[in-house]
Design a protein around this ligand. Structure first.
Ligand code: FAD
Length: 308
């Protein structure tokens, strides 16, 4: 089932992002928590992909495992920089043969020197969206409509394109190329998200926009987020609360999870199409948010039965 159809059916989605574990020990510990994630009954889960194919086998293995032995609906991320057309077609054919229904189509971060330095035919995510659409139209997916296609959005801007109007044109180009949902970069300021979503609408972008949330659980984690999600603004009230208790890891986690819980509640109250939790493969924060908001099993409750 396409994610856009799940949103149309359920009103909204709640979903998780996983990354493929790097070591055998990490696999074991993640495997032990998959059941806890499953019990929350998310609408779908996404699996990250290392730019240039660096996690190709591991991403594939995790998607296969989720698809074959859980009720979770996996949505693989796929980045295109550094890949050839044949490699991309091979990856899509593999997912199609396993009945994967949706792909998150991304550019990935090219090696130093920018997109132009990356070898291969794919310069931007829109090129990958076109490739997925061509694959869909070729009839090689077992379901007639092929893959649902998601793309990334950046409510607080993408660092490579300071001109926000041009950036919106680039998002629109991905949707025009065939994307049917958007998942955003993490953010902490809901007003910034809703203002950007309004600007998407003004730019003619009508596909559902799923909000990306990442609860802060440590001061080190906050610093890593600021680096990975460059440009994301940390509101002063959030930083003030963290500063008050920065010497207590437990209190910092409480502050971060409380902030994300309030963000999620407000997003739902204001009619968001979905919330995507960046879990870092850890259940704690997401489970607490789910419980506090009474979300468990409420969103995507027909997930397992409806997986197609
Ligand atoms: C939800 C989400 C999931 C992610 N998952 C992963 C993952 O699994 N693996 C990973 O490596 N990375 C991942 N990323 C990071 C992402 O790959 C990087 O942020 C990357 O820099 C942008 O990817 P994009 O798909 O938005 O690229 P694009 O849409 O191609 O945009 C990249 C930049 O190029 C500009 N641009 C687009 N089109 C043009 C054009 N025609 N001419 C000039 N400039 C243009 C855009 O404005 C933007 O600044 C994820 C990001 C998000 C938000």
């Amino acid at each position: 089932m396409h994610i856009a159809d799940v949103i149309a059916r359920d009103g909204m989605t709640a979903s998780f992002e996983f990354f493929p574990p790097r070591t055998d020990e990490a696999w074991d510990s993640f495997a032990a928590s998959i059941g806890e994630f499953e019990a929350l009954r998310p609408s779908f889960v996404s699996v990250t992909y290392g730019a240039g194919g660096s996690t190709r086998e591991r991403t594939d293995a995790l998607v296969a495992r989720l698809q074959s032995s859980t009720s979770l609906r996996p949505v693989p991320h796929l980045t295109c920089v550094g890949h050839t057309q044949a490699e991309i077609e091979g990856i899509l054919a593999g997912y199609a043969s396993r009945d994967v229904s949706n792909i998150l189509a991304l550019r990935g971060d090219p090696p130093r020197g920018g997109a132009a330095a990356a070898p291969g035919p794919f310069r931007h995510a829109a090129d990958l969206v076109r490739a997925v659409r061509a694959f869909n139209e070729s009839g090689r997916h077992p379901h007639g409509r092929g893959f649902g296609i998601g793309v990334a959005g950046f409510p607080e801007g993408h660092p490579e394109t300071p001109n926000t109007l041009v950036q919106m044109d680039h998002l629109r180009a991905k949707v025009d190329a065939g994307a049917d949902f958007v998942i955003t970069q993490l953010f902490f300021d809901n007003d910034a998200f809703f203002d950007w979503r309004d600007r998407c609408t003004l730019a003619g972008i009508r596909v559902p926009v799923i909000a990306g949330l990442m609860p802060i659980t440590s001061v080190a984690g906050l610093r890593r987020m600021a680096d990975l999600a460059a440009g994301t603004r940390f509101p002063a009230p959030l930083l003030r609360s963290i500063k008050r208790c920065e010497d207590s890891p437990e209190d910092v986690a409480n502050v971060g999870i409380h902030w994300a819980t309030e963000q999620a509640r407000d997003l739902m109250d204001r009619g968001v199409a979905g919330i995507h939790f960046y879990t870092l493969n850890r259940t704690d924060a997401t489970r607490r948010i789910y419980r506090t908001l009474g979300l468990q099993g409420r969103v995507g409750s027909q997930g397992a039965a409806a997986r197609a």
